[in-house]
Design a protein around this ligand. Structure first.
Ligand code: CTP
Length: 396
């Protein structure tokens, strides 16, 4: 399954470029998020607007004229897979030798993602010793080559060198991605800090940015999961995520409890208020009336509601601590979770608003696993690996 996977489609200058538009469409239909990079020669064969319309994003056509500061590194790091179709003799040769002055080859070099190449050229070019050397280098580098097939070529010629059909390339991309490790798994994630109204203008809130929950949601989508994100913070990330926007702990509880039974895994990464103003004012509180005496009342415990439900999902809680996570071990037991992610939000580079996090994984049996400082996306990836082990009965 390609659902939620991030595909960079490189198009180089051959007549088969017209088929790349259809490949882009097939990838989008399969649920992939597609970004296109075109070489200057490709622009002679197919217009960038075609790819904009199919993928929803204008293709990158050179390194310097677009809005992105560094389009090749952005795309290269973003990609789960890079596929080049058609891959001309010239483009293949530049990849093999690392000649990266165009946006497409620069993206390939800036990426650690697997590379799928669909060569397309005339038979003489395919069989030329230069191309043979190029292909030997590319295969030795571990890149995946699909085709070419035999059949009609440009100018009425017939022979080997015809680009593989888009569906065959699609299947090769899917296979390279190893299918989807979380294909069909239904995931519910909460993110952000709740906002509890004091009056129509003001609220009691907290410093949570939602970044950890977002990373968990996006990593799950990248692994093929069907993801619902219940969030108070604006999510502008992956289009493959179903977003439910909420404000208060009460809204979040209702949204989560309505969806918990149909989820396989629930990750409660939100920073939910424990108390809210008992009687929020219906109109703006006035300075001249002096400080309001705020009476607070408890909010619903979203996580506890999920833990107590029949047919509950595999449940992951978060514990934001201010200091060592000793209290989190007791929390893991009392909260009824399968796994607790604890972090000290006062530590540098950890917790609210940062892009990194140092977390400790705690299991109800008392197992404690301190993880190193990682990016939030890396924490998310490790977390899903750990959950996969536990759900399939692996080591825990
Ligand atoms: N949580 C929740 N609903 C609440 C409060 C917390 O679902 N009203 C969830 C959080 O999303 C998190 C976990 O409970 O996954 C732990 O949150 P935390 O604030 O660390 O713990 P509390 O239960 O509030 O305990 P304490 O205030 O004693 O730290």
């Amino acid at each position: 399954m390609l659902a939620g996977r991030r595909v960079v489609l490189g198009v180089s200058g051959g007549v088969a470029a017209y088929k790349s538009a259809y490949l882009a469409r097939r990838l989008v239909e399969a649920g992939a998020v597609v970004r296109v990079v075109m070489t200057a020669s490709a622009l002679h064969f197919v217009g960038p607007q075609t790819f904009s319309a199919i993928t929803g994003t204008p293709p990158v056509t050179d390194l310097f004229s677009g809005p992105a500061v560094s389009p090749h590194t952005e795309l290269g790091q973003w990609a789960d897979v890079v596929v080049i179709a058609p891959a001309t003799a010239a483009t293949l040769s530049r990849i093999a030798t690392g000649l990266s002055e165009d946006a497409l080859v620069a993206t390939v070099l800036a990426s650690k993602a697997p590379l799928v190449l669909a060569p397309a050229m005339h038979t003489e070019m395919w069989e030329h010793p230069a191309t043979r050397r190029t292909m030997a280098l590319l295969e030795a580098d571990g890149h995946h080559v699909v085709g070419p097939g035999s059949g009609p070529l440009a100018m009425g010629d017939v022979g080997t060198g015809r680009m593989s059909e888009p569906d065959e390339i699609l299947a090769a991309v899917d296979a390279v991605l190893g299918g989807s490790p979380m294909g069909g798994v239904r995931v519910l994630v909460t993110a952000g800090g709740t906002r509890e109204p004091i009056d129509p203008v003001r609220y009691l809130g907290n410093r949570s940015s939602g970044k950890m929950g977002f990373a968990i949601a996006e990593e799950a989508v990248a692994r093929g999961a069907v993801v619902t994100l219940v969030t108070t913070a604006d999510f502008t990330g992956d289009r493959g995520v179903e977003v439910v926007a909420v404000e208060t702990a009460q809204d979040m509880a209702e949204a989560v409890w309505a969806r918990a039974a149909e989820s396989d895994v629930a990750v409660m990464a939100a920073a939910v208020a424990d108390f809210r103003p008992a009687d929020p004012a219906g109109t703006k509180l006035r300075r001249k009336d002096g400080p309001p005496g705020l009476e607070l009342e408890p909010t619903p415990d979203v996580l506890a509601g999920v833990a107590a439900s029949d047919d509950r999902p595999f449940l992951i809680g978060f514990a934001a601590e201010t200091g060592p996570s000793d209290g989190a071990i007791e929390k893991a037991r009392s909260k009824g979770v399968d796994l607790l992610v604890a972090n000290d939000v006062t530590e540098d580079g950890s917790g609210f608003g940062t892009d990194t996090n140092r977390v400790t994984i705690i299991l109800p049996d008392g197992t404690v696993e301190p993880w190193p400082m990682l990016t939030k996306r890396e924490v998310a990836a490790r977390l899903w690996d750990r959950v996969a082990e536990m759900r399939t009965g692996g080591s825990s």
